[in-house]
Structure formats: C-alpha cells, structure tokens
Design a protein around this ligand. Structure first.
Ligand code: NAI
Ligand code: SAJ
Length: 450
C-alpha cells in the first residue's frame, strides 16, 4: 500500500496534507520476534485496532502466550489473555500482513562484531511468505546502513520481489527504557524512516496510530539507525567518564559519590553514576557504530576508550572486594562472599549480559566462595546464567563479605549496621551502586563503594 510520492521539510515534517490510507481495522500487522520489544509492540498494535499476528520461532514462547502468560513479565498476563493477538510459529501467516515489524535480537560476538544472523534469518522467513506491496520495518538496533544493505537484499533473495518497486522497507528503533513506566513504547517519540519519503510517511502514519508521543520523521533510514545507536553511545561514554573518575578517586581516597553529589548541584552537570554497565544494549550498541565506522576508515577513539573503561569495571569491583576483605583481615581463600543484586540493572528482572557474572569470576580467581541472591530472580534463572549457589531468602549469616550489585528497592531498604551485625566479624562490604549512605556505616565495617 504505497501512498503518493511526498517530499519532506528539513525538520522531518510531512509537507503535504495527504496521508496514506492506513485504517487500523482494515490493516494486518505481523510482529516477528515476541521478546521484550516485540511482545509489547504486538499488544499495543492490537489495542489500537489493528489485526495483529505475533510470530516467533520459539514454540515455548508462543505456547505460553497462547495460555495467556506474559513471557516478558513487563505487561502482565491480562494484557496477553484479554488481547486478540494471534500468536503463532507458522510463518505462512505472514502472508496476510501489510506491515511486518522485525524485532529480533542483534547481539555482538566474542570479538565484539555485530551479529545480524537473526535479522537475516527473519528476513529470509518473511521474504518466503510476504506478498508484494508489503512494508517490512526493522526495529532491532543495528548499525547505519543495515536495513538497506542487509535486510532489504535478504528479503529480495527470499521473495524474488524488488525492494522499492514491489515491496518497501523502513526502520523505526525501539527506545523504551526497561523498568521505566514513564518511558515506554507509547510515551517516547518514535523515530520513523523509509527507503523513500513516501514510505517514511506511510510508516509515520502506521506508528502515529499507536504512539501517543508522536513520531519523528528521519530523513533517511541511516539517520534513524544512527540516532538509535548514538543515544546508547552517548550514555555509555558518559558512564565511562564517571567510571574513569571512580577509578581515579579510589586511588586518591576521595569518595566519588560525594564528588558527583557536590558537582551535581550545578544546573548543567549531568547525572551519571559509576557502575558495571550491563545489559544487551548500552554495552553492545557502541560496537555497532564502531564496526561501521572502521569499515569507513573512521576511528572514534572516545567511543572505544569509554567501552574499554566500562569493561574494566568488573575487575575494579572485584579488586574493591579483595581490598575490603584484606582490610577486614579475612583470608581470601575460603572467604564467603554474598553477592546480592544480580540483574543487569536495578528493579528489572533481566539477568542477560549482567556484568556481575564477570565480577564473580574475578573473585573466584582468589579462591573466594561466592553465593548469590536476587529478589527478582528464581534460583533456576540464577543457575541458568551464573554458576553459583543462590539463596532464596536474604541472610547474612556466616558471610565474610557482602557485594551489593543491582540496587533493587528491597536492597535499598537495608540498614548497613543491621546487615553488618549479622555478618562474620569484622564485615567487609562493597556497595557498587552506593545503596548505603557512607555516613551510616560504622567504622568497624571495611566498606568500599565504586
Ligand atoms: N529489550 C529492550 O528493552 C530493548 C531492545 N532493543 C532492541 O530490540 C531488539 C530485540 O531485543 P529484545 O526484544 O530484547 O530481544 P529478545 O531476545 O527479548 O526477543 C527476541 C525474540 O525474537 C525471537 N526470534 C529470534 N529469531 C527469530 C526469527 N528468525 N523469527 C522469529 N522470531 C525470532 C526469539 O525467539 C525471541 O522471542 C534488539 O535489537 C535490541 O537491541 C531496543 C530497545 C529496547
Ligand atoms: C539512552 C538510553 O537511556 N537507553 C536506554 C537503554 O536501556 P538500558 O536498560 O539498557 O540502560 P540503562 O538504564 O542505562 O542501564 C544500562 C546499564 O548501565 C548502568 N548505568 C546506568 C546509568 C548510570 O549512570 N550508570 C550506570 O552504571 C545500569 O546499571 C545498567 O547496568 O537501552 C535501551 C535499548 O536500546 O535497549 C533503550 O531503549 C533505553 O532507552
């Protein structure tokens, strides 16, 4: 369904009153990939009146969704059970869709190179089943150029159709902030783009129906792809700065948290805090831009240096634990350390690419015995991602060291001295995210924070 040719004003606003004739009730949308991004997207399009197919290769995911279970834990089961999304593993259903939204993973490999295998595989499946006049919109985070150079050709090869003449492609990144209800799919401006201005306008109209915050029309797919990656690169670089400062001030015996709190009294000081920089986005996406930059002969040193600093943090945190145990006079071998808070960030039940795992590996190098605890994770989930014994209930009995990781609400309520009283004496505590107020911690505790 390609609307009339249109041009765009520089700020990305459509320069014509005409809009493509997308009528939700008459439009079928297929979401490919029902994870943290795809499932909320499918549910939102369904709520907005579209006929929605949710396609995934995971039979387990589709079966649980069909049972009315929210497999992401973000939406609640009612959002699934009460909706009318058709969940399926049958790719033939893609044929019915006028719009296909691709939300599959885009990880990096062990050499930090982007892996677009999932995108290529999804495009092959879509290509085999889509019809002419379909618009395929990639939402996954990729490097600038990937939609046009990777997804488009894969669709052409599988469908035998011409990209641009017989079907269209677009790019619209997901920008929802996990665990942040104020910044989800509906209330963050959706960047939209297409291979032509007309496709951009079509994509804009499609998302305008579902995103309350509205859309921003990027002048090209490459601009939209770059904007998404840059958002995360900027965050990674800024966190890299405060991590660099934290490592420096630890040597100067200056409390970084106190410095940032003081500097933060200035109106334009940006609030970033030192930490492990985990997850499948912030520590991953900069490598997409670096990959593309190097292909073009550029070398954005600051992006690379920030990644290097952030990747050094697990060792830095482990070293803090070693110093605290040593200060407390605890022999490292056989010292028992409880790591509380294992997810990639506070108050989010997602342990994927949580750098606490690297901290645990560093501690083990010293012969330290590690036990884990996380109020948001089951023992099974912990065991599936981290090779450690875990405690279902939070107890500090017999614990020589406590490493406070992701700052979950439950952990933020802990009283440092009650905790210390339960631990073996003298206790050693490392507080990665500054959960405790350092003035509340008694001198008997060997206490360090990042
Ligand atoms: N998780 C988040 O909060 C955000 C993620 N993103 C990006 O969105 C993309 C998706 O991320 P998530 O939703 O977190 O991934 P996820 O791992 O939660 O979900 C991906 C889903 O795709 C399915 N899948 C894989 N290959 C498939 C194929 N060929 N056909 C159909 N389904 C297939 C998997 O079974 C899985 O259910 C990534 O590029 C990520 O960087 C962007 C913003 C936020
Ligand atoms: C620019 C931006 O804020 N991007 C968001 C980000 O979500 P994500 O949950 O991965 O990011 P996050 O909240 O910064 O946390 C990432 C990691 O960084 C750590 N972190 C965060 C802020 C900080 O000052 N210090 C710090 O150490 C967190 O603890 C966590 O381990 O990445 C998401 C994505 O792209 O998947 C994106 O949609 C979200 O809007």
């Amino acid at each position: 369904m390609n609307p009339l040719q249109r041009t765009q004003t520089p700020d990305g606003k459509a320069s014509t009153e005409n809009h493509s004739d997308i009528i939700p009730e008459e439009t079928t949308v297929c979401v490919v990939g029902l994870g943290y991004v795809g499932l909320p997207l499918a549910v939102r399009f369904d709520e907005s009146g579209y006929d929605v197919i949710g396609y995934d290769i995971s039979a387990e995911t589709v079966d649980r969704l069909d049972e009315g279970i929210d497999t992401t834990g973000d939406l609640g089961d009612a959002a699934i059970a009460d909706g009318e999304v058709t969940f399926t593993t049958d790719p033939a259903t893609i044929e019915a869709a006028s719009y296909v939204l691709v939300t599959v993973p885009t990880p990096i490999d062990e050499t930090h190179d982007p892996k677009l295998d999932y995108v290529e595989s999804a495009a092959e499946t879509v290509g085999q089943h889509m019809t002419a006049e379909t618009t395929v919109i990639l939402e996954s985070t990729v490097y600038p150029g990937a939609t046009r150079e990777v997804m488009g050709p894969a669709l052409e090869a599988a469908s035998g159709l011409d990209c641009g003449e017989e079907f269209s492609v677009g790019y619209s990144p997901e920008r929802a902030n996990p665990g942040d209800e104020d910044h989800g799919l509906r209330n963050v401006v959706k960047i939209v783009s297409g291979q032509t201005d007309a496709v951009t306008e079509d994509v804009a109209t499609l998302y305008d129906h579902v995103v309350d915050a509205g859309v921003h029309r990027a002048p090209s797919m490459a601009v939209a792809e770059a904007a998404k990656v840059v958002e995360n690169v900027q965050r990674d670089v800024n966190i890299g700065l405060v991590n660099d400062l934290a490592k420096t001030f630890e040597r100067l015996d200056i409390d970084t948290e106190a410095v940032l709190s003081a500097a933060g009294t200035k109106w334009n000081f940006h609030d970033y805090r030192p930490g492990l920089v985990s997850g499948h986005c912030i520590p991953v996406d900069p490598y997409f831009l670096l990959h593309r930059a190097k292909q073009a002969g550029a070398s954005p040193d600051l992006i690379e240096a920030s990644r290097s600093v952030n990747e050094s943090m697990p060792k830095h945190v482990a070293d803090l634990m070693v110093k605290a145990l040593t200060e407390a006079g605890r022999p490292l071998a056989d010292a028992r350390v409880l790591v509380a808070g294992l997810t990639y960030k506070a108050d989010v039940a997602d342990i994927r690419n949580a750098k606490i795992g690297a901290v645990i590996e560093e501690l083990r190098e010293y012969g330290i015995e590690v036990v884990g605890y996380d109020p948001l994770l089951s023992d099974e989930t912990i065991a599936a991602h981290l090779d450690i014994e875990s405690r279902e209930r939070l107890s500090f009995e017999g614990v020589d060291g406590l490493l406070l990781g992701s700052a979950h609400e439950d952990l933020r309520e802990l009283n440092p001295n009650i905790v210390a009283a339960e631990m073996a004496k003298p206790p050693a505590i490392v507080d990665v995210n500054g959960i405790f107020d350092v003035t509340d911690v008694s001198d008997e505790v060997a206490y360090r924070r990042v």
